[in-house]
Design a protein around this ligand. Structure first.
Ligand code: NAD
Length: 480
């Protein structure tokens, strides 16, 4: 067992210690303390914002090449160290080792993608309607961004907010989840080693109160948040009140539709991946599996059989396919929803018990057979390895079920019918749609986001990120 990491804040390029506020234990082995972390009070948040504001103008004026090179170097360092970072991530958050290494590599690729984007802060010229006048737009940095992130992608999400902010000349104060302080510290270290000037990136550790102090700070011009809808509502009220920019990514209740003409092996793979991998703790997880009646029973039988072959256990064990839930709160929440499901009349089909005797937040995967759209477990985000299986008489009913509810992040359909796939792509009410793929698992260089209660503000990632992290200026010049 390794020694616990003693974490700090990072302000103005230097570590700032603070009294230990909380310890983070390995969710696969609660006897292991992975890290201890401090909690930033409002006065420290003030300092972090001041450091960011002081560093930002020179960073924005620097050559785009300078910004690009630093992000590229940071991406290279992180990619090189992805296995060690992945191991820490598996111990801190509970993803299986391959999933965790994959996330570290993804964060590295994101940094490298935005190294390229730093060179593309482009505007446009417009023929003015007035002879002798030139009109043009160009993009400028916004200033200081406050970034508030969840625990379920503890380095990829901080990276996909930080990288575009920095690429386009802004400075950042990151407030990561209090459950995953160590991975945020890794990002701070990597950026420092890549040569980022002091103060351009600052990290304040802490929980909701630290986040609220950052969101409410008048020196923060924009807030990007990923997390739950309840927290998002509070953040929206505050940022709109003081007219700060706001972008939010929140929960999902993502449907995977399986039609009667589907390749059933493929459909089972999509459902297993979407519903259970990363222990179902993905905002894009397939939590509603909607199956056309003609194949419902055969598909359910095959899916349940495949689910029973998944090994649940320690995130670092190579045999493990499903790691633990991230925390006791997650565990209690999932167990509570399983009780609700039983009370609502669903049949609970459970996967294997954990293949470990260690104390951890292990939850076997569960299918809720006989689920209906009216059940709470079909409408509320569970965020665990639980898939509701709903029966639809035909494609039209499947689409209606898929479009129920007040969130819309990702949807999937498994079918051999081109016309139904095309219809679904156009008519499902989500920000992302997958054909013959799981609802979870997205590329790092294309826009990401949902509709309705899932997202608010401009899209994240890919070329779309420039919208949020820059502001347009329109310039007119008259000359002879
Ligand atoms: P959460 O809302 O509890 O916490 C998210 C972050 O907000 C944490 O850093 C937390 O400390 C901070 N916070 C809490 N109260 C705050 C306040 N009043 N002001 C400012 N900050 C505050 O969410 P979580 O449990 O960490 O994450 C799980 C949720 O995130 C799920 O609902 C999931 O769907 C969602 N999520 C969405 C996406 C997406 O891109 N759509 C991606 C990952 C996770």
């Amino acid at each position: 067992m390794s020694q616990p990491l003693t974490l700090t804040h990072w302000i103005g390029g230097v570590r700032r210690e603070g009294p230990v506020a909380r310890e983070r234990r390995n969710p696969s082995n609660l006897d292991e303390v992975v890290a201890v972390a401090p909690e930033a009070a409002a006065v420290l948040v003030d300092e972090a914002v001041a450091a960011a504001a002081a560093a930002q103008p020179a960073w924005a004026e620097a050559s785009p090449e300078a910004r690009s090179d630093i992000l590229d170097r940071a991406g290279a360092i992180l990619f090189e160290e992805r296995e060690a970072v992945g191991r820490l991530l598996a111990r801190e958050e509970g993803k299986t080792l391959p999933e965790a290494i994959g996330e570290a590599a993804r964060a590295a690729r994101i940094l490298k993608f935005f190294a390229g984007e730093a060179l593309r802060r482009t505007g446009m010229t417009v023929d003015s309607v007035r002879p002798g006048v030139d009109a043009a737009t160009y993009r400028q940095a916004v200033g200081v961004f406050g970034l508030i992130t969840p625990w379920n992608f503890p380095i990829a999400i901080p990276a996909w907010k930080t990288a575009p902010a920095l690429a386009f000349g802004n400075a950042v104060v990151l407030k990561p989840s209090e459950l995953t302080p160590a991975l945020a510290d890794v990002l701070a270290q990597v950026l420092g080693r890549a040569g980022l000037p002091a103060g351009v990136f600052n990290l304040v550790q802490g929980a909701g109160a630290t986040g609220a102090a950052l969101v409410g700070h008048r020196g923060v011009q924009g807030v990007s948040f990923t997390g739950s809808q309840a927290t998002g509502s509070a953040i929206a009220a505050e940022t709109v009140r003081r007219q700060a920019r706001l972008q939010m990514e929140m929960g999902g209740k993502n449907p995977l539709v399986v039609l009667a003409d589907a390749d059933l092996d493929l459909a089972v793979r999509c459902a297993l991946d979407g519903a259970f991998f990363a222990s179902g703790q993905r905002c894009t997880a397939s939590s509603r599996i909607i199956v056309e009646a003609r194949i419902h029973d055969a598909f359910l039988e095959r899916l349940a059989e495949a689910m029973r072959s998944l090994t649940v256990g320690d995130a670092l064990d190579p045999a493990t396919r499903i790691g633990p839930l991230a925390s006791q709160a997650q565990y209690d929440k999932v167990r509570g929803y399983l009780e609700i499901a039983a009370g609502e009349g669903a049949e609970l089909l459970s996967g294997p018990e954990p293949a470990t005797t260690a104390r951890g937040w292990f939850q076997p995967p569960v299918l809720l057979a006989g689920a209906t759209g009216a059940m709470r477990t079909s409408r509320e985000e569970i965020f665990g390895p639980v898939g509701s299986v709903l029966r639809a008489s035909d494609y039209d009913e499947a689409l209606t079920l898929a479009n129920a509810g007040d969130v819309g992040l990702s949807a999937g359909i498994v079918t051999d019918s081109l016309s139904k796939a095309r219809h679904f792509q156009r008519h499902v009410r989500t920000g992302m749609v997958m054909v013959n793929l799981a609802t979870a698992g997205v590329d790092y260089h294309v826009p990401f986001g949902g509709v309705a209660g899932s997202s608010y503000g401009p899209r994240e990632q890919g070329q779309a990120a420039i919208e949020f992290y820059t502001q347009l200026k329109t310039a007119y010049v008259a000359g002879s």
